[in-house]
Design a binder for this molecule. Structure first.
Ligand code: SIN
Ligand code: FE2
Length: 230
């Protein structure tokens, strides 16, 4: 699902909508694509000015919903800092991993920035609207171990990921733990799409090249993932 033109598919779409979705599919088809164990990587989707504007949007989000260091269920502080926008944010603490409608401080999450909703429309035209925009900040030495994104209810809905700032070594495996993995350096402006048979692919960030980009006012990397939660 997700990227196929609707014409030969399951049907039921109105002609106007169908035409719009085919235009989207063509837009994606014209992009450079790289496959990492089925995860689709699109290089340099956002140019520098779009990246800068988005960083400002994300700063506004973080002002209302400050970054925090989630803890694993075992009480270990994760190296990545997180916040979110949308109806839900992903949190992790002694009670485990889950989506929550409120920031740990009690406030609602700010709305998802329009530029990210537009990106979702381009890459996931057939999906439901994203309900969570998870924002991860990787400072020096931060990493993320191999994991599946499976706290959502409907695995037919894709996860769309955008990288901003420092380069990151992205590792992708199969849908079972322990299989062969492939790695790729994600750069600022790159998009990754976990969809279809790769929706539940194991993935993680081995390391970042701290200071490799000057997009952010401090070095580091932002990763944004858009998810349908329910
Ligand atoms: C994630 O899996 O939530 C983040 C992946 C990334 O930082 O690229
Ligand atoms: Fe993930």
């Amino acid at each position: 699902m997700g990227l196929q033109p609707q014409g030969g598919g399951s049907g039921g779409q109105k002609a106007g909508l169908c035409g719009r979705k085919m235009a989207h599919a063509r837009q994606i088809a014209s992009r450079d694509e790289y496959l990492l164990n089925g995860v689709r990587i699109f290089s340099q989707v956002l140019g520098l000015s779009a990246q800068k504007a988005l960083v400002q949007d994300l700063r506004d989000v973080a002002q209302k919903a400050p970054f925090f260091h989630p803890k694993t269920a075992r009480g270990r502080k994760m190296s990545v800092q997180m916040t979110a926008a949308g109806h839900f944010g992903w949190v992790s603490d002694g009670k485990g991993y889950r989506y929550e409608p409120r920031h740990p401080s009690g406030g609602a999450w700010p709305p998802i920035p329009a530029a990210l909703l537009a990106l979702w429309q381009e890459f996931c035209p057939n999906a439901r609207a994203p309900e969570c925009c998870l924002i991860n900040y990787y400072g020096q030495g931060a990493r993320m171990g191999l994991h599946q994104d499976r706290d959502e209810t409907d695995f037919d809905q894709p996860v769309l990921s955008l990288s901003l700032g420092d380069d990151a070594l992205f590792r992708v495996g199969g849908t079972t733990r322990g299989g062969p993995t492939q790695s790729h350096w994600l750069r600022s402006g790159d998009v990754a799409l976990l969809d279809g048979s790769a929706r539940l692919a194991y993935h993680g960030i081995d390391r970042i090249r701290f200071g490799s980009s000057d997009l952010l006012s401090r070095a580091g990397r932002l990763n944004i993932t858009l998810r349908v939660v329910r």
